[in-house]
Ligand binder design. Sequence first.
Ligand code: MN
Length: 289
Amino acid sequence: MKIAIFNENLLGLVMGERVADISSVVGWDTVNPNESFLKLVENYQDLKSKIYAEIEFCPTYHLSEVKLKSPVPETRKIWAAPVNYRNHQLEMNKMFNNAPRTIEEIKLFLKSPESLSGPADPILLPIKGRRTDHEAELGYVVGKKAKNVPASEAKDYIFGYFALLDISIRGNEERTWRKSFDTFTPIGPWIVTADEIEDPNDLAMKLWVNDEIRQDGSTKHLIYDCYQCFEAANQNMTLHPGDIIATGTPEGVGPIKAGDCVRIEIEKVGAFTVNVQYAEKVVTEYCVR
Ligand code: MN
């Protein structure tokens, strides 16, 4: 099932080029979409048949008529994989002349939950003159509370997948700071539920800036695959439904600037395009003294 949130926080089921408003079928509350989302995640198996039984009575819209929002309304945390592809490690070494260590050594980092944004929201650059890069990644949302769940069982705990951009200012500051500005984690265009993705560790992934292809990779080259990332993120640390995991970027990262269009596409998941612009209070230096 492709689950979207659109317009004024309506819940949508995407079918081809159309989206059906299934809000009333699942008792979705547009004022509290996060609460409704967590109920949907919890009761998905029961709601699935109800949705399919009643879908023909739901109003539908062409995707071009609606505004898609972040398919996860809110999150408690975003665990992200740092260097999780060998070729990305090599390019970072070439670009910055110091080989970053991989996920095997440095494990995961947190991005601020506030950095989450939707597939139609612009990326807002906060600092003029600082290199800010795109990173195309496969992301997923946790469906069940988990602690000490091994990779071999992770499949049962993942609710669904989406394309994710891990927007990153380059530099020596903490990763968390460089990657946590508002709009620095666009996700979308919808959630493809895990029952429709047989193998998340073999998905082609591409990213364009304007008309130029910058990244052309596959999750089959992940160092820690989707399930190993899950294991790392819940070893003696609790994961909750709604938590997000960003699995890392393949090679081809590069700078974005105001006026650019960034398009990410993941096989069997979907694609979205976001604009890049300056934030309302863009600064040239970011210092707190
Ligand atoms: Mn990343």
